[in-house]
Write a protein that binds this ligand. Structure first.
Ligand SMILES: Cc1cc2nc3c(=O)[nH]c(=O)nc-3n(C[C@H](O)[C@H](O)[C@H](O)COP(=O)(O)OP(=O)(O)OC[C@H]3O[C@@H](n4cnc5c(N)ncnc54)[C@H](O)[C@@H]3O)c2cc1C
Length: 408
């Protein structure tokens, strides 16, 4: 008989298991994969952006729907405490652009190793290749779990920390939703979020690999501007990705299928239309005897030039000194208003997080215990909470895991 069984060895589960064990609890962690922390290893492109060095209110604001639910967890175990926690386990951290926090070693392996050490040194029993199928309940109180290979374990408390549906190759394939539903919990339908977007325009794949910095992308739904993001984006073989696109994707998924969804890219947001026109006039004066296709090298990355030339109303071989004012003004419009039509997303397969999950209304935010079943706890992405990029999702998972570890 265990004091706590943790189902899922991700960020939330490992933190909860180790923390409960520091308090003398007998803890068993069951992980479906052959290793714990498989998703953690690929976070932040293998560098693990574990949290964000901003104040708690800002972290909460980065959870667009249910940030308030995390208020108690984040104040109980803050970003500062998380960094301190890892420092004590020998993992120093550093702050980068956008207050993103990474291990100084730039290695997500160090984060996973530290969490394993935290669990092992405090006596957590870890069983790998153990996929939990059901949580057993008697008189509205948990009694144990049963695995897919029909093993039964008993416990007074059970934490479901199996993640959402995003990036299922790491183990998070939505198992938690069925398990929670069987126990009477409401599950908000899930959608992929922070996910690359597919576009219609056939010129976009030609730009594959092109990373644009300091641009703005505006999301336009049925002709109305919804949201604008400034920063970095990337062209891929299917469409667009990169930080500002991933952020906008959270809104995109709400409109897919029923609405016209466009992105408008401003390639030169630092310049007013007049300043950009002046800039073009200067470049055109400098290259007045060249053909149009050879006149944009000072303004644009070389990969983008043939596409802009193709999309503009100016013939590629027209001599620059013959370009009319109207043509130049149309070019200004194109450079500040490059349109992309969104046709879909790359789905759960490539999503960073899941929108939706176990309804927060049925979970006590101070303890993360179910309001329906005694001794049943939830933490991490399996709950209907999700944030933008920047280390907020992992901070949320770690804080929730800590709270459960402290409450069982
Ligand atoms: C490519 C990528 C990069 C990311 N980068 C960042 C980043 O840099 N910063 C950030 O803040 N967030 C990042 N995220 C998001 C972040 O990784 C997740 O939000 C976070 O890992 C969620 O933690 P969790 O513990 O809830 O779930 P997970 O980390 O998904 O862990 C759940 C665990 O449960 C196990 N499991 C599932 N079903 C069962 C079952 N039936 N029985 C037993 N075990 C089971 C899974 O195998 C898995 O190990 C990234 C996500 C992806 C996909």
């Amino acid at each position: 008989m265990y004091d706590l069984i943790v189902v899922g060895g991700g960020a939330a589960g490992m933190m909860a298991a180790g923390q409960a064990a520091t308090r003398g609890k007998k803890v068993l962690l069951l992980e479906k994969n052959e290793q714990v922390g498989k998703k953690l290893l690929i976070t932040g492109k293998g560098r693990c952006n574990l949290t964000n060095d901003c104040d708690i209110e800002e972290i909460i604001n980065n959870f667009p729907d249910n940030g308030k639910f995390l208020y108690s967890s984040l104040y109980t175990f803050s970003n500062w405490q998380l960094r301190d926690f890892f420092a004590k386990l020998g993992v120093k951290t550093k702050v980068e652009r956008g207050n993103r926090v990474f291990p100084t070693s730039d290695s997500a392996h160090d984060i996973v190793s530290a969490l394993k050490k935290f669990m092992e040194e405090n006596g957590v029993e870890i069983r790998l290749n153990s996929a939990v199928e059901t949580i057993t309940v008697k008189n509205k109180q948990v009694t144990g779990v049963q695995t897919k290979d029909k093993k039964i374990y008993f416990a007074a408390n059970i934490l479901l920390a199996v993640g959402g549906k995003a990036y299922p190759t790491t183990g998070s394939s939505g198992d938690g939703y069925d398990i929670a539903k069987e126990l009477g919990h409401r599950v908000i339908p899930s959608k992929p979020s922070l996910v690359p977007l597919e576009v219609k325009e056939d010129w976009a794949p030609k730009l594959q690999g092109l990373n644009l910095r300091n641009v703005t992308a505006t999301l336009v739904i049925d002709g109305a501007e919804k949201k604008e993001e400034f920063g970095e984006m990337l062209f891929t073989h299917f469409g667009v990705s990169g930080p500002i696109i991933l952020t906008l994707s959270r809104d995109v998924v709400n409109y897919l299928g029923r609405h016209s969804i466009k992105l408008r890219i401003n390639l030169k947001p630092a310049l007013s239309l007049e300043q950009l026109d002046n800039r073009l006039q200067r470049d055109f004066a400098k290259y007045s005897r060249k053909q149009f296709k050879n006149s944009l090298g000072d303004l644009l990355p070389s990969k983008l030039i043939p596409v802009i030339v193709q999309l503009s109303s100016i013939p590629a071989t027209k001599f620059v000194n013959q370009i009319t004012r109207k043509e130049r003004e149309e070019l200004v419009d194109l450079l500040t208003n490059l349109k992309l039509t969104i046709t879909g997303t790359q789905g759960f397969k490539r999503a960073i997080v899941t929108v939706g999950g176990i309804d927060t209304e049925e979970i006590n935010p101070s303890t993360l215990e179910s309001k329906l079943v005694q001794g049943l706890y939830f933490a991490g992405e399996v709950i209907d909470v999700d944030a933008y990029t920047g280390g907020f999702n992992l901070q949320g998972a770690f804080s929730m895991g800590y709270v459960v570890g402290n409450n069982v």
